[in-house]
Design a protein around this ligand. Structure first.
Ligand code: C2E
Ligand code: MG
Ligand code: MG
Length: 360
């Protein structure tokens, strides 16, 4: 009808997700600056989607419903994607909407990184920080990381998301080295899909080269379950990571099913005791026994051990008594934006950053 409206017909669609993926690619291709003579112009497009047969069984009702959806996408500010509501249950629609928005958030660099300090239990000093992805959604506010990370994992968006976190965090922590005498470690989470992605090691090498962060200070956190479910591939990935010189921590340790012999053979640097055991340490005998066993195990196989989710003094004292090396948790410090973390680091040691900057 109108000169700036186009109709695309997809056949052979297995699920609404296929349509979203195609539409997102189209939007991605259109929503970029174009060169027109000497100037750059920005073009945006809105897409409305209707699915056969839920949204209509004849061409005219399908077209009309796609049109309605497109108008709604336009009302949302343009550059967006909208389904005709009948196509999906409202929950599925919300999910697809979120998926499209997460895609856009990654492209627009809307995601930020927060940092949670990790403490040495002997010296009480900060020895490292864990990078945690954050998404402040313009309409929904702060989206729970477990939710958007799962969504990213299921859709493959975790790969570009992970790349951004890695780039941002390595650059940041390279700048913070002056706050630490022995090197400030950076822990970055890597999900199963990222872990098995063939580009992981090259991404890591690129981030290290670009930031200047020492490889030995980068600690890749991968969950016990992710590594063990893919034991054969995991061996090769771990070997490559080792050759790059980075450390590997098994996150959420105790919730999977590692065998002792596997542990002895895996080239890992650290075990991270899952929060569920730490939180019950004082009240549940078997949790306490598991924590004790993991610490002993770590000593036996010669790897470090970090307890996560420390929320009370009692838990902290308990871990100290058991000679747990390091701890992380709300009691000690919450995850925080970069500037707050920098202020904390600055208070911890003499500021050699300032001196270095004045000197050079
Ligand atoms: P995780 O790696 O086990 O991270 C620890 C989570 O526990 C974080 O949740 C942190 O905010 C929270 N936490 C820390 N101390 C305490 C405490 O004392 N009490 C309680 N109740 N919670 C505490 P968050 O930030 O919501 O992240 C959840 C999960 O999402 C992470 O679990 C990690 O698996 C994943 N994640 C976060 N950022 C990334 C990322 O950049 N890439 C990947 N692949 N996964 C990420
Ligand atoms: Mg972690
Ligand atoms: Mg964890």
């Amino acid at each position: 009808s109108a000169a700036d409206e186009f109709l695309l017909l997809f056949t052979d669609v297995a699920s609404p997700r296929d349509v979203v993926a195609a539409a997102s690619r189209i939007l991605g291709a259109i929503n970029q600056p174009w060169r027109l003579g000497d100037s750059r112009v920005l073009v945006s497009a809105s897409i409305g989607l209707a699915m056969y047969p839920v949204d209509g069984v004849d061409p005219s009702s399908l077209l009309e419903n796609a049109h309605t959806a497109m108008r709604r996408a336009k009302e949302g500010g343009g550059g967006g994607l909208h389904f005709y509501v009948a196509a999906l249950s409202s929950m599925a629609e919300a999910r697809l909407q979120l998926e499209a928005e997460l895609h856009a958030a990654i492209e627009d660099h809307q995601l930020t990184v927060h940092y949670q300090p990790q403490f040495d239990l002997q010296s009480s000093g900060i020895v490292g920080v864990e990078a945690l992805a954050r998404w402040a959604h313009p309409r929904l506010g702060h989206v729970d990381p477990t939710e958007f990370i799962r969504l990213a994992e299921e859709t493959g968006l975790i790969v570009p998301l992970g790349r951004q976190v890695l780039r941002t965090a390595t650059r940041q922590v390279a700048q913070w080295q002056c706050f630490s005498r022995d090197g400030l470690r950076l822990a970055v989470n890597v999900s199963a899909r990222q872990f098995l992605d063939p580009s992981l090691t090259t991404e890591i090498e690129a981030a290290l080269a670009e930031s200047g962060l020492d490889a030995a200070l980068l600690d890749i956190e991968v969950t016990e379950t992710a590594t063990l479910q893919h034991a054969r591939e995991a061996d090769a990935v771990l070997a490559r990571l080792r050759s790059v010189g980075v450390a590997v921590t098994l996150d959420d340790f105790g919730t999977g099913y590692s065998s002792l012999s596997q542990l002895r053979e895996l080239p890992i640097s650290r075990l991270k005791i899952d929060r569920s055991f730490v939180s019950e340490i004082e009240h549940n005998e078997s949790s306490a026994a598991i924590v004790r066993a993991v610490i002993d195990l770590a000593v036996a196989v010669g790897v470090g051990v970090v307890a996560e989710g420390v929320e009370t003094r009692e838990q902290l004292e308990f871990l100290r008594r058991l000679k747990c090396g390091e701890a992380q948790g709300y009691l000690l410090a919450r995850p925080m934006p970069a500037d707050a973390c920098e202020a904390l680091l600055r208070r911890g040691v003499q500021d050699r950053c300032g001196v270095a900057r004045r000197g050079g």
